[in-house]
Design a protein around this ligand. Sequence first.
Ligand SMILES: Cc1cc2nc3c(=O)[nH]c(=O)nc-3n(C[C@H](O)[C@H](O)[C@H](O)COP(=O)(O)OP(=O)(O)OC[C@H]3O[C@@H](n4cnc5c(N)ncnc54)[C@H](O)[C@@H]3O)c2cc1C
Length: 288
Amino acid sequence: MVRARTNAANGAPQGGRESTKAYLVGSGIASLAAAAYLIRDGGLLGKNITVFEEGGTAGGSLDGEGAAERGYVIRGGRMFTYEAYTCLFDLLSFIPSLSNPEKSVSDEVYAFNDEIKGHSRARLLRKGKKLDVSSLGLSNRDRLELIELMAAPESMLGARRIQDHFNPSFFKTNFWYMWCTTFAFQPWHSAVECKRYLHRFIQEFPRFATLAGVRRTPYNQYDSIVLPVTRWLEGQGVQFLMNSQVTDLDFKHTQTANVWNASTTCATRPAPSSTWSRVISYSSPTGR
Ligand SMILES: Cc1cc2nc3c(=O)[nH]c(=O)nc-3n(C[C@H](O)[C@H](O)[C@H](O)COP(=O)(O)OP(=O)(O)OC[C@H]3O[C@@H](n4cnc5c(N)ncnc54)[C@H](O)[C@@H]3O)c2cc1C
């Protein structure tokens, strides 16, 4: 991110936003969201934002490729919830849907989930038989250890694993089987990461057995999220440089007060010989 010079007194940009430029590495949802908010809230001109993507398609992990006739290839389905994904829904609230530009993508997702409700009737199976998951199967000790994990400061948990925190019987409970198959946890994963998920998804506990809180997009997430966001950004003038891998980033202090130069080196694939540099100027409000 390359900022225009700022007014030291209040941090406001000097001379408007026309000269402010932003360069984003990768075209995953993080960069797409950053570009959208730089335009909407930061007042940047879309034409001054460049996204470098080393692959041939935008979206990063939110992949999905194919057609109804020949099938789709998708690495996985990503679940989201209304309660925990408020930032994503805010982003999608100002992106027009591709099927109906009168509606936003978030309205499209709400309407889809109002119509198609998730409700698992066989959350856990053993030897082909459906298990009764009406109880989470937690003992009082398991409950205490869960509360203890949620309350523990991260600095105290350090590099501990989940299995270092719970007694072995915890890993035989319905709760653990549902938890680890929902969020892809293993007992040797980080206790801190597990704690963060407990905080983020505690509201799912009452509907955990049916996954009723898990929301989906009408199509795969590339078609339902990445495509409308990139179309909107392109409409604003954002430049997408595909097959362009950023290989280096240098910062150089110039003699001009408070102005730095940054240069990114970017190799265009599949011909790495066409390496080129771009020089970016920005000022550091702290003078460093
Ligand atoms: C199978 C699967 C299932 C998932 N399930 C869930 C889920 O259920 N719920 C959930 O919330 N999340 C889920 N996730 C995680 C979620 O999809 C990711 O956290 C999120 O999409 C990451 O976005 P990002 O923009 O940070 O990074 P990425 O999506 O990884 O994007 C990074 C982009 O940068 C590009 N890039 C990297 N280096 C360079 C470089 N040097 N130069 C140029 N380009 C570069 C990459 O090609 C890529 O396109 C899942 C992920 C996968 C793969």
